[in-house]
Design a protein. Structure first.
Lengths: 127, 627
C-alpha cells in the first residue's frame, strides 16, 4: 500500500464515506417495502430491486430503504410506503417495476405524490 | 439477481460479547444469509463494543437502528428468515425494560442510550476496528491532516489548553499544561507514552476504546508527539488485554502502511513511531513513574516528584504520559474545535466521561455522559434503577480507591471537584452500584485487600498501613471489633493519605473513610451489636429454616456441602449451626414459592423458634395455627 499524500487521503475519505453511508443515518426520506408472505408472493422482491436500482443509479445517500411485514391489505400487494421528512406517509399499492420507477422519480426526487397509484395517505391510529 | 447491499448487521465483538459467542453468531448469520440467498443484500460487520454489555451478545440492524440483545446461536435461523427475508422484526429478541410488557425496538428509544453523549465513543458500533478505511470515513486522520498543514506545535497546545481537557486516568491534570511543560524542555529525545494499563478491577473503558477504535488513540498519540516535539511513542498495554493488543498492533501496521505513522507522515517532515510494551499485571504500573520504571526494565516503584516526567521521565528525558480516554478526545478537539468541546460539561470539568456502570443495576455496561450529569440520572434513567425492587444504598466511583456516595448525595453533578468533595473521586470511571444487601464493612475490606496486595511496598504508610486497616476491618467483619476501632481506622486512614508517595497509597483509604463518613452506624452495629445489617459477614449471620414454611422437600439437605441440615421427606428440616459454613446454597435451592430459609444476624436468632425434636410438617401445622 503506497504512502498517502493529503489529497489521496481526502479521496479515500470520500470513497470510504460512501461505503458506510447506511450507518450515518442522515436520511431525508424512507422507502418501506412491505414484505411478509403476501408481499413476497405478490412480487415485493422485484419492487425492492427496482427501488434499490434507482437509489444506486442516482447515487443517493440520503434515502433510507427498509422492509417491514404485511401492511394488512393483502389484496393490494405489492405495497410500498414512502415517508419523506415533514410529510405524512404515503402508501402506494398494486405496484409493478414501472410504477416503482415512476414513484421514485416523481415523489422522491421531485417531491410530487403520484396520485393515481396511491392507496392512502397518513397512518393508522395505534390503540 | 444480484441485489444491492441494503442492510448491515453491526455485531458487537468487544471482549464481553466475544466471550459470549459473538463470532459463532456471526458464522451462523452468514450461514443463513447464504442459504436464504441474502448474502448480497445483507452484510455482517464485526464492530467494537456497543456499550450495553449486560445485553450481550448483541447487534444493531442498520439503517433501521433496531437493537437485538441476548442473542443465542439457536435464534439466528428464525431471525434471518423473519426479519431479513420477510421484513418482520423479531420482538422476542428486542430489549424489554424490566416490568414492561412491550419491547423497545429502536436503539434511540432505549433509555440506556438516550442520555449518552458520544465524543470519545463517537465511532461506537459503527466501524469495524480492523478496517482503517472505516475510521478514515468518520473523519479519521483529519486532525493530523489539519495540524500538519496549518498548525504549529504551539497552536496545537493552545487549542488543547483552551478546550479544558483534563486527564481521564484519574488525577484530572490539565492535559494542555502537561504538553506545554514538555514542549518547553530543551533536552532531547522526548518521549510520549499512552497509559493503557487500566488496573482498576472492573474498569474496562480504556480496553473498550483500544478494542473498538484503536486508530483514535494512535491519532491522539501522533498529535501529542507533534505538540511536544517527540518522535517516539510507547503504548503501555496490560498483558491481560490480548484483544486490545492485537487490534492496536493491526491498527499501527495499517497506519504505517498508509504513511499516517512512521517517517514523513503525509509527506511532511514529521516522524512518529509507536511501539507497544506489555505490562505484567502490577496495579501500581498505572502510576506514571512506576510505569516509566517498568519500561526501563526496573522494579515498578514510584519515585518522588519533582522532577515530573514532563521534565525528566523515561531514561531521564522529557516524557508525557496520557491516558487512553484522554488521547481519544484529542483528534475530535482538533477537528471540531476547543470551543465546541468546552461547551460540554461544567465550569471546571469539560467534555464527557466514560463510566463502567456495574453492580446492582438493571442496565449494565459502558456509558459516555457529559460532565455535570447527576448521579441520580445515571443510576435511574440510564441504569434503569436497582433490580428486584431493592433499595439503593451507595455508588462507589473511581475504582478500588474510590469512595462510596450515599443516597443523600445522588443529586451531586459528576465532575472532578464535586466527587472529591463528596469523599470520592472520578478515578478511571468505575461506577459500582450497591443496594441494601451490600455490607459497607465487607466492601471496604474487599477493596483494601486489593490495594494492600498491589502495594509496591516502598512506603511504610501504604505497605504496613493497608495491612493494619485490613486487619481491623477483618476483625470487625468477624464480630471481633472493639471500642476504639472506628477512631483508629479514621486516624490511620488520614495518615496513609498524607504520608504515601504515590496515588495508590494516597487514595487507598478512601473506601474506608467514605463509608465511615456516611455509614458509621453500620460499623457500630458490627462492633457493638455484633450484627451485620446487610446480612453478609459470615461470622455474624446464621441461616434459619422457618418451620411454618418448610414442606420437607429435601432440596436443601441434598445441596448442603457440609451435611449440616437434618430431616426427612415431609419432616421439618433443621440446620445445625455448628456445621454450617454459611455458603448460602440452601437459600439458593429453596423453591421461591416456599422461601422457607432466611438469614438472620446478631440476637435476632433468639427470637425465633428452635426445634428441639424431629416433627413432621403436618404435625407442626396442626399444632401451630399459622396465618
Amino acid at each position: 500500500m503506497p504512502k498517502l499524500t493529503i489529497d489521496e487521503l481526502h479521496k479515500m475519505r470520500e470513497t470510504a464515506r460512501k461505503e458506510i453511508y447506511l450507518r450515518e443515518g442522515n436520511f431525508r426520506g424512507k422507502v418501506i417495502v412491505h414484505m411478509g408472505t403476501c408481499g413476497i408472493a405478490a412480487g415485493a422482491r422485484e419492487i425492492m430491486s427496482s427501488f434499490l436500482d434507482e437509489i444506486e443509479k442516482k447515487k443517493l445517500t440520503d434515502i433510507m430503504f427498509t422492509t417491514t411485514g404485511c401492511a394488512g391489505l393483502c389484496s393490494e400487494e405489492p405495497i410500498v410506503t414512502i415517508e419523506m421528512e415533514g410529510s405524512a406517509p404515503v402508501k402506494y399499492c398494486k405496484l409493478t417495476s414501472e410504477k416503482a420507477k415512476k414513484i421514485f422519480n416523481e415523489h422522491i426526487i421531485e417531491g410530487n405524490v403520484v396520485k393515481e397509484f396511491v392507496l392512502g395517505i397518513g397512518s393508522e391510529r395505534v390503540g | 439477481m444480484a441485489e444491492k447491499k441494503r442492510i448491515e448487521l453491526m455485531v458487537c465483538t468487544g471482549t464481553g460479547c466475544f466471550a459470549g459467542g459473538a463470532f459463532q453468531i456471526i458464522d451462523e448469520l452468514n450461514k443463513y444469509l447464504e442459504s436464504f440467498g441474502l448474502k448480497d443484500e445483507v452484510s455482517v460487520v464485526a464492530t467494537g463494543c456497543n456499550g450495553f454489555c449486560g445485553q450481550g451478545p448483541l447487534m444493531v440492524v442498520i439503517p433501521d437502528n433496531i437493537f437485538y440483545g441476548w442473542l443465542e446461536k439457536k435464534d439466528i435461523h428464525h431471525l434471518v428468515e423473519e426479519h431479513f427475508l420477510k421484513g418482520r422484526p423479531v420482538k422476542k429478541l428486542m430489549f424489554k425494560p424490566p416490568e414492561e410488557k412491550e419491547p423497545l425496538p429502536l436503539l434511540s428509544d432505549i433509555p440506556f442510550f438516550k442520555k449518552q453523549l458520544l465524543v470519545v465513543l463517537r465511532n461506537k458500533g459503527i466501524i469495524d476496528p480492523e478496517k482503517i478505511e472505516d475510521y478514515i470515513a468518520r473523519d479519521g486522520y483529519l486532525a493530523i491532516e489539519k495540524i500538519i498543514g496549518s498548525m504549529s506545535s504551539d497552536e496545537v497546545i493552545k487549542e488543547i489548553l483552551k478546550s479544558g481537557l483534563r486527564g481521564r486516568g484519574g488525577a484530572g491534570f490539565l492535559t494542555g499544561r502537561k504538553w506545554e511543560i514538555a514542549s518547553l524542555q530543551t533536552k532531547t529525545p522526548k518521549y510520549f507514552i499512552a497509559n493503557c494499563d487500566e488496573g482498576d478491577p472492573g474498569a474496562y473503558m480504556d480496553r473498550s476504546v483500544l478494542e473498538s477504535d484503536p486508530h483514535s488513540v494512535i491519532e491522539g498519540m501522533c498529535i501529542a508527539g507533534y505538540a511536544i516535539g517527540s518522535n517516539e511513542g510507547f503504548a503501555y498495554v496490560r498483558t491481560e488485554y490480548p484483544l486490545a493488543i492485537k487490534r492496536m498492533r493491526t491498527a499501527i501496521k495499517q497506519a504505517e502502511e498508509y504513511g499516517l505513522l512512521g517517517k514523513n507522515i503525509l509527506g511532511s517532515n514529521f516522524d512518529f513511531n509507536i511501539e507497544i510494551r506489555e505490562g505484567s499485571g502490577a496495579f501500581v504500573c498505572g502510576e506514571e513513574t512506576s510505569l516509566i520504571h517498568s519500561i526501563e526494565g526496573d522494579i515498578p516503584e514510584p519515585r518522588q516528584r519533582p522532577p515530573f516526567p514532563a521534565q525528566a521521565g523515561l531514561w531521564g528525558c522529557p516524557t508525557v504520559i496520557n491516558n487512553v480516554e484522554t488521547l481519544a478526545n484529542v483528534p475530535v478537539i482538533i477537528t471540531r474545535g476547543a470551543e465546541w468541546f468546552s461547551s460540554i460539561g461544567t465550569e471546571t470539568s469539560k467534555g464527557t466521561k466514560i463510566f463502567s456502570l456495574v453492580g446492582k443495576i438493571n442496565n449494565t455496561g459502558l456509558i459516555e455522559v457529559p460532565m455535570g450529569i447527576t448521579l441520580r440520572e445515571v443510576v435511574y434513567e440510564i441504569g434503569g434503577g436497582i433490580p428486584k425492587g431493592k433499595k439503593f444504598k451507595a455508588v462507589q466511583t473511581g475504582g478500588p480507591s474510590g469512595g462510596c456516595i450515599p443516597v443523600s448525595m445522588l443529586d451531586s453533578p459528576i465532575d472532578y471537584e464535586s466527587l472529591q468533595k463528596a469523599g470520592s473521586m472520578m478515578g478511571s470511571g468505575g461506577m459500582i452500584v450497591m443496594d441494601e444487601d451490600t455490607c459497607v464493612v465487607d466492601v471496604s475490606k474487599f477493596f483494601i485487600q486489593f490495594t494492600n496486595e498491589e502495594s509496591c511496598g516502598k512506603c511504610t504508610s501504604c505497605r504496613d498501613g493497608s495491612e493494619a486497616l485490613l486487619e481491623v476491618l477483618t476483625r470487625i467483619s468477624d464480630g471481633k471489633g472493639f471500642e476504639g476501632d472506628i477512631d483508629f481506622l479514621t486516624e490511620l486512614g488520614e495518615c496513609i493519605k498524607d504520608a504515601s508517595m504515590c496515588g495508590l497509597g494516597q487514595t487507598l483509604p478512601n473506601p474506608v473513610l467514605s463509608t465511615l463518613r456516611y455509614f458509621k452506624d453500620e460499623y457500630e452495629a458490627h462492633i457493638k451489636g455484633k450484627r451485620c445489617p446487610a446480612l453478609v459477614c459470615r461470622n455474624l449471620i446464621q441461616y434459619y429454616i422457618d418451620p411454618n414454611k418448610c414442606v420437607g422437600c429435601l432440596l436443601c439437605i441434598k445441596s448442603c456441602p457440609t451435611e449440616a441440615i437434618t430431616g426427612e421427606s415431609k419432616f421439618i428440616h433443621i440446620i445445625n449451626q455448628e456445621n454450617c459454613h454459611k455458603c448460602g446454597q440452601c437459600l439458593e435451592v429453596c423453591p421461591p414459592k416456599i422461601s422457607a430459609i432466611i438469614k438472620v444476624t446478631g440476637s435476632d436468632m433468639e427470637n425465633l423458634v428452635q426445634l428441639s425434636e424431629i416433627i413432621s410438617c403436618k404435625e407442626w401445622k396442626k399444632n401451630h395455627e399459622y396465618s
